[in-house]
Design a protein. Sequence first.
Length: 288
Amino acid sequence: MSEITQRANSSIRNHTLFAMTAAVVPVPVADIGAITAVEIDMIRALTKIYGLKWNENIGKQAVGIAAAATTGSGIWASLIKIFPGIGTVVGGAIQMTIAGAVCYAVGKAYQKHLETGGEVFNKDTFEEEMKKHIKEGKKVAKELKKGIKEVKYCHIINCESKKAIDVTDWRNDNGAELQTWDVTKKDNQSWLFKNVNETETIIRSKFNNKVLDVKDRDMSNNAIVQLWDDFGSDNQKWIIEDSGGYRYRIKSALSNKYLTSIVCDENTKIVLQDLVESDNQKWWLEWH
């Protein structure tokens, strides 16, 4: 095995681990964006290892072909065979392994592309090469998974104030108010995201097990966001939107308005407002 091939194999394995780590994040938009970034970085690294000139379009083209191939019948059929149940609900551990297997297959297919000239992409050839390596990718991913710690909770940190959403005064009752506060990393600032379907999530407090809730199902601007027992209603469901740069917007499934931090009588409140281009509607998700 040549030195170039060894370096390429090592890079594919390392990026497979990075993709699996990204997939641990239990929010669909968050993990998809991070995994795509890992795959593009892997393609960049492989291009340089093989001494070819890199440009961003190469990575986007390869990842685009890989994404189309993965959702197409060929790769999907291969995934169903080695991951039973993938067509229904995908758990965190399985999702992590799938992310690793697909990233590995993308890397090996792109490596083959580089070794045969690295010029024009052929979608069918790329897809066939990915199919050859999916099963091998699963084995690699299962081996790497042993060293990955699954994350569960996160701090929701406002991009304008740099403060975290916090259960005011550690209240344990229905109707408990929320505020932003300096990051303390205590349980009243820790949140569990649980996906209820492909697009919607509930956000649960680690401290009191209650969930983010739009008070009185209010559809207007400045509707109050509070904590309440989980009833599974639309005013307790949220849609996470990627805002770029690892920032996210959190939208109410009930009103399509956005989680916003505002100052009211020298205190902060968490409310819903129409979309504006402002950092007080953008949030970092800091997983732990």
